[in-house]
Design a protein around this ligand. Sequence first.
Ligand code: NAP
Length: 305
Amino acid sequence: MIYPRVALIGLGLIASSMAHAMRANGLAGEIVGYAKSPETRAVAKDLFCDRVCETAAEAVKGADLVVLAVPVGVMGDIAAEIGPHLKPGATVTDVGSVKQAVVDAVAPHLPKGVHFIPGHPMAGTEYSGPRSGFATLYQNRWWLLTPAEDCDPEALARLRNLIEGMGAKVDLLDVAHHDLVVAVVSHVPHAIAYTMVGVADHMRRVSQSEVIKYSAAGFRDFTRIAASDPTMWRDVFLTNRDAVLDILGRFAEELFVLQRAIRMGDGEHLHAYFTRTRAIRRGIIEAGQDTAAPDFGRAPPARDV
Ligand code: NAP
């Protein structure tokens, strides 16, 4: 056991997966939970919490590790509430998809003697809520930590043990660098998926049969991403604004170059560009971040007759 008592604040996909993984691997003594709605708390009590509380302040009392697993936009309010109730020597971490905004919102509320180690598991699905978690979500996935320079090494090592115990791989990153990297690998791809699905919707064909019927041609993968939780993603774009706008600007420039190549019939440009991007996919497979199986290893869809 790594932490005798863990408090999970927010009991959705990320927290419930942590609870299942901690339980499966014997990493926590008691798991205490708090979420906004009584419905979520009741489900969490049934499925993965030993105890749930009616306030965040109550939930963190006596906890050795506190995990903030709420949307990025509410982290600051929660930190203000729990600050005075944290056990001296406790570690507070978060799982927010953006780091600078969370550090700015949370750190000022934490008392001296409490170790704050911001984090971000690079794992998720398009599902949310307390029923959506599963123990293997973090298996072989990266979990990024952005500790301050003066972070206590023992507290860091202990949190690292917990994360590795859940099957994830840990990397340490600078806060600003984290936000730029995730804008490239996660936030802007989501913005593009949302936009593409929006385009199809504007064409008023989504509800008609063609787009759905032929979606396996690529559109389906955009719709999976665009089905992600609206609250979480609103907060991500509002709080990682600068990095997202930087990468979106670069994306728009590249898109114009591509558009021009298509207009000018520049097949050489298109071929060279697609050859480079194909190599990136190969790199992802070689790094063990995805399967080499065709169509992500999905079973072939039932054939229309
Ligand atoms: P989720 O499934 O939607 O769960 C969010 C939880 O936060 C719910 O239990 C919700 O409670 C609770 N909550 C919301 N507002 C609250 C408030 N004001 N006070 C107390 N609890 C509140 O979300 P998630 O996917 O687990 O995401 C949680 C965090 O992980 C976010 O910061 C997100 O950026 C980050 N993250 C997500 C992913 C992903 O792919 N999903 C990946 C990496 C990191 P109710 O159910 O009662 O509303």
